[in-house]
Design a protein around this ligand. Sequence first.
Ligand code: 5GP
Length: 208
Amino acid sequence: MSERGLLIVFSGPSGVGKGTVRQEIFSTPNHKFEYSVSMTTRPQRPGEVDGVDYFFRTREEFEDLIKKGQMLEYAEYVGNYYGTPLSYVNETLDKGIDVFLEIEVQGALQVKKKVPDGVFIFLTPPDLEELQDRLVGRGTDSQEVIAQRIERAKEEIALMREYDYAVVNDQVPLAAERVKRIIETEHFRVERVIGRYDKMINEKLSVR
Ligand code: 5GP
């Protein structure tokens, strides 16, 4: 039987550019992990494809899956549900393939409780000014709303301590490269490979 894949949780404060870095990571063919398509109740944006970008569902359908215990995690973000369907994650990990989640921080903390041996990667802004510029750059928010978002981002940045790795998003290609290297290196951790060697060690001992 093959070893179970790693669950990779890529997260960070809102506005930090998680989606852009994730797209950069998956734009190159040299990755061995698979992206878990999330489910959401938010309206489909132009160009988005159901089943590729998200599974677009009604609130009723989403709540039904929560009740049935079929979401690994979920969160309400700006009035809509977002969550990770459990079955795809389990089936893929069982095949020995790593699964990559890109989710906001509340969801990531839920996964940490359920799957403590996952790989938790936190994307950080280079500084708060840059984050503020990005939030302002969205254009539509009032000063008060922007101030609230900054406060929220500060609280979210403090959650970094719950993660294993912090990757600064100074330049998208660099951030993507760092994430890929972390995932590769995680496979070399002794606790992840020791099982493979246990049998060999025992056999050697019995020969002596
Ligand atoms: P957007 O509406 O811009 O596509 O995504 C909004 C936020 O939801 C982003 O921070 C994104 O990372 C997060 N998100 C996307 N999918 C999931 C998910 O399955 N679970 C959780 N908790 N957050 C998600």
